[in-house]
Write a protein that binds this ligand. Structure first.
Ligand SMILES: [Zn+2]
Length: 410
């Protein structure tokens, strides 16, 4: 049973609240405007689209409550006449004659002052790796086969999220099969380089070092875009009459853990972490006639308030000389931080190196894992794709939770 412990209905509609007690003696407070805004009835919440229909900003009296210049304050006491019935449900009868019903479960899940139910994680915990732990991981993650792609898909999605990469084996050596794997994971993101699966050799068909046989340093792709590709997928179709071309990858989530722990001990590393997480850098792509890409709003490491990695942007080749101004730090400190970051992502303790091979697809999180390529000789043909992040996450969420669970967390 629910109990109504307190109700304050007078004054501004933004201040009106009730305090509800649950069987377990847990108590929490709800603003009435929050309850009116989130009525769960079919007239207020579309039963099929799960979109809000009620518009508390519309012409219902609350808008006139003094929050708009020039409006009278007649509706200041909008919630005064609200009536409550409390038992198995909380039933609110509002001034305009509408009734809202809230279940105990809904109230627990949506409680906020204080919150009584921790938010359910719809995505798994992430796990970081370095050179030593990568080998065991590689063994463990090494069971995804092309011909079982439908069955393997949930595991592939999870591995990419948890570890930042996954392999798919026994893939037919073709663009079609590469496209099929790409589309099982997400939606292919078109770019000015290619509209679908890309396919290249070292012919400089596009004005980018990726289209040469030169070594390419550790980087993320698309730093000069507002949205760097969420995921990337590589499939080596052929490498003949030559050698080299090994791929290297490094887990920036791991590198961030190292930076955070160094920053706890040492003032100058604290400054380094500060530069890497707050000082924007500018990146550009200017090789093609008719297009010019610049992005200068983001630091190397965009992190959450818990210092978890949200997005890494790093590419020495595409870094512009222009520092976004005002620069928060002396230039020397910026360079010291970049040198330290560069040395960590190129430390053999953290990165791993392997050869891509025909028939094996590598897919990785382009916001978390940096990749690099050694110089090579001979004929090398690589194909792959960029994949959208939101569609990958939406599919992962669905594969790990039933629909009701997801809807209940909204
Ligand atoms: Zn309603």
């Amino acid at each position: 049973m629910l109990r109504l412990l307190e109700s304050v209905l007078t004054g501004s509609p933004f201040d009106a609240y009730i305090v509800i007690e649950f069987d377990s003696a847990l108590k929490t407070c709800f603003n009435l405007i929050f309850l009116r805004d989130n009525c769960t009835c079919q007239d207020c919440l579309h039963p099929d689209t799960k979109q809000r229909i009620v518009d508390i900003f519309g012409d219902n009296g609350i808008t006139q409550s003094g929050c708009c210049i020039g409006k009278d304050t007649a509706a200041r006491e909008y919630f005064v006449s609200t009536r409550f019935q409390v038992g198995e449900l909380l039933v609110c009868s509002w001034a305009e004659g509408h009734t809202s019903r809230f279940s105990k479960e809904w109230l627990l899940v949506h409680s906020y002052a204080p919150p009584l139910r921790p938010s359910k994680a719809l995505l798994p915990e992430r796990s970081t790796w370095d050179a030593e732990t990568f080998e065991q991981l590689h063994q463990k993650l090494n069971n995804n086969k092309f011909y079982q792609m439908t069955e393997c898909a949930p595991k592939v999605l999870q591995d990419i999220y948890v570890y930042g990469f996954a392999f798919v084996d026994e893939v037919p050596i073709s663009l079609e099969a590469t496209k099929e794997v790409s589309e099982t994971i997400s939606i292919i993101r078109p770019t000015h380089y290619d509209l679908g699966v890309w396919d290249f050799t070292s012919d400089l068909a596009k004005k980018d070092t990726a289209y040469t046989s030169l070594a390419i340093n550790m980087h993320t792709d698309g730093n000069y875009w507002n949205e760097p590709p969420g995921l990337q997928l590589f499939h080596l179709l052929e490498h003949s009459r030559g050698k080299g071309g090994e791929t290297r990858i490094v887990d920036v989530s791991k590198v961030l853990e190292v930076l955070v722990s160094l920053a706890k001990e040492d003032e100058s590393w604290r400054c380094t972490l500060d530069v890497l997480t707050t000082q924007p850098l500018s990146f550009h792509q200017a090789g093609e006639e008719g297009s010019f890409y610049i992005q200068d709003q983001f630091p190397v490491l965009t992190v959450s308030k818990e210092l978890e990695l949200l997005q890494c942007r790093w590419n020495n080749s595409d870094r512009s000389p222009k520092i976004p101004l005002p620069c928060k730090f002396p230039m020397g400190q910026v360079y010291e931080a970049l040198f330290r970051f560069n040395s960590l992502v190129n430390d053999p303790k953290y990165y791993v190196q392997f050869q891509l091979k025909p028939g094996q697809i590598l897919v990785f999180d382009n916001w978390r894992v940096l990749h690099a390529r050694n110089a090579f000789t001979g004929y090398r043909r690589l194909c792959g794709s960029y994949l959208t992040r939101d569609d990958f996450l939406a599919r992962l969420r669905c594969s790990m939770n039933n629909r009701e669970t997801v809807l209940n967390t909204l």
